[in-house]
Write a protein that binds this ligand. Structure first.
Ligand SMILES: [Zn+2]
Ligand SMILES: [Zn+2]
Length: 537
């Protein structure tokens, strides 16, 4: 296109030349007080707002699905960044250059203006860790990343301060991704694999069915659990029958020592109910995709609360479901508390998630105890109940905090305005029946709506003789299991008889187990015609 033509059509006035970027500079990022280079997320731009990429990175990052080959992050499409391993070469213009560096939720992000002269050959930037969550035994994780190579995932994870990246192989119709990276035993970055053991990548699978749901099988050992998709498009290939359930994939993953997560909870969802009632699920995942500003979906929480109300203890985890450079690894992440006295390893991380010692966050970090017990704990109380003390300690260096809520059995019991960057306190809470307690933290970026920025896993307080399941929640769960059965019986592409019968049995026994509990406590409930029974007539 001739420049003259552009100039003629330019609405904003005459064109200006952007200063050429010809000053070659080595940029180093080191931890404060050390010379050790550390991986970070980097953004640089010049006076005209032009993005300045390192010489070996995309000048125009690629936003397309399954095309993020060069460790970039598009950041809402407008604020491009890349991940660098502690030292990088970049061509800068002379004059002012604007730099932004970040590395997760415990390190203070840096913004500064650099003056580049013909003498500038090297720039060193120090980053500083200000929140000691890692020192207190918490490690961060993304439970859900696609397509990156394990080595790229290791760089992006360490650049984002994410200790554990779960890279998930999957099938998308006729496309198989990361299957060659799955070997059922290697944890990239571990000491055994030649790393420093601080940043880890493990390849698992996301097994998917477009109606029944998706299920993430993390860190399991041995052979890949396949088929990874069933039942035809969108997830599976044309003509594939429904030959395996989420619950069965989950049980196989458990046998292979993995952790089972329902990703991007709650959709798609038809079999979630059966898999949770079958106690095959360790955690539900809160997801961000490319969205940094909407926070944890209340819809996702409301559905999770229903299962907690019925006594099904599933932890909360955070995972991005990153499929392109539009999403940063760990934009929403899991913090898990490694058991006291244990070194941090991938196995110790799995154990922490199974135990429910977790919280999910977009930035705020939390530490809290009920009667001195961490989330995931069960506290037993005598008949009649009593009071429990809830102590909390919050801090953030990225998202300003606004409000803290104590959730008891799905309802807000306490609510308190927060100081933006750190706050602490204690509540005394009366508990007269079996209850779960969790913390919800709201936060707000300048000029954006308030969002749910963090949520803990629950503590269960069991008051003797008061385990009552709310009928409305239980019936909704039963209806979902009935929906999964109806799908299998009607529009699901029918597998051969043996597989069909086997799957039906899994769903009907899940239905029966909750239904029986409901009857034992004498709750009256309506039935759909499919599952009506004579006791009601
Ligand atoms: Zn999925
Ligand atoms: Zn996914």
């Amino acid at each position: 296109m001739p420049v003259a033509k552009v100039q003629k059509q330019a609405q904003a006035g005459p064109l200006r030349a952007i200063a050429p970027a010809t000053q070659r500079v080595v940029l180093r990022t080191v931890e404060k007080g050390s010379r050790r280079p550390v991986p970070v997320k980097l953004h640089l731009h010049g006076e005209a707002g032009e993005y300045l990429a390192p010489v070996d990175r995309h000048r125009l990052p690629n936003p397309a699905w399954y095309e993020d080959w060069s460790v970039d992050f598009l950041n809402q499409g407008t604020h491009w960044c890349t991940y660098v391993p502690g030292e990088t070469t970049v061509d800068l213009p002379l004059g002012r250059v604007y730099l932004e560096i970040s590395k997760g939720f415990e390190i203070k992000p840096i913004r500064k203006v650099l003056q580049v002269t013909p003498a500038t050959r090297e720039i060193t930037v120090e980053i500083e860790k200000v929140l000691p969550w890692r020192e207190r035994g918490w490690v961060s994780a993304d439970t859900h990343v696609h397509f990156l190579s394990p080595t790229s995932a290791l760089l992006e994870g360490s650049g984002e301060g994410v200790n554990v990246v779960n890279l998930l192989a999957s099938q998308w119709g006729e496309l198989m991704t990361n299957v060659g990276d799955f070997d059922g035993h290697t944890t990239h970055g571990s000491v055994e694999a030649g790393g420093d053991g601080e940043y880890l990548v493990r390849v698992g699978t996301e097994n998917r069915q477009h109606v029944l749901g998706h299920i993430s099988l993390l860190g399991y050992e041995g052979r890949i659990i396949a088929p990874m998709t069933t039942g035809g498009p969108d997830e599976s290939a044309l003509g594939d029958p429904v030959e395996c359930l989420l619950t069965e994939w989950a049980q196989q993953c458990r046998r292979q020592k993995g952790v089972v997560v329902l990703p991007h909870f709650p959709n798609p969802r038809a079999e979630h109910a059966a898999s949770i009632v079958s106690e095959a699920i360790d955690a539900v995942e809160m997801t961000s995709w490319g969205d940094l500003y909407s926070g944890i979906s209340p819809y996702s929480l409301a559905d999770w609360y229903r299962y907690l109300n019925c006594g099904y203890m599933v932890a909360a985890v955070g995972g991005t479901d990153k499929m392109s450079a539009n999403t940063a690894v760990g934009a929403v992440r899991t913090y898990a508390r490694i058991a006291d006295g244990q070194p941090f390893t991938y196995d110790a991380w799995k154990e922490a998630v199974r135990a429910g010692r977790t919280f999910v966050t977009y930035g705020p970090l939390l530490e809290w105890q009920v009667e001195g017990q961490l989330p995931g704990s069960r506290i037993k109380m005598h008949k009649g109940g009593g009071t429990v003390s809830v102590a909390w300690n919050l801090a953030s260096v990225t998202v300003p905090m606004s409000r803290l809520e104590l959730i008891v059995n799905g309802e807000i019991r306490e609510s308190k305005a927060l100081r933006k960057w750190e706050d602490a306190g204690e509540w005394t809470v009366k508990v007269d029946r079996t209850s779960w307690l969790a913390l919800l933290v709201r936060g707000q970026h300048a000029g954006r709506p308030e969002m749910i920025a963090a949520h803990s896993s629950p503590v269960m307080v069991e008051v003797a003789g008061t385990q009552v399941i709310p009928a409305a929640d239980a019936i909704t769960i039963l209806e979902q299991i009935e929906g999964a059965l109806a799908y299998l019986d009607t529009i699901g592409t029918r597998a051969e008889t043996e597989a069909y019968r086997r799957m039906r049995l899994v769903l009907t026994s899940a239905h029966r187990s909750l239904h029986n509990r409901l009857h034992q406590q004498g709750s009256f409930h309506e039935h759909s015609p499919l599952t009506d029974h004579p006791e009601h007539h």
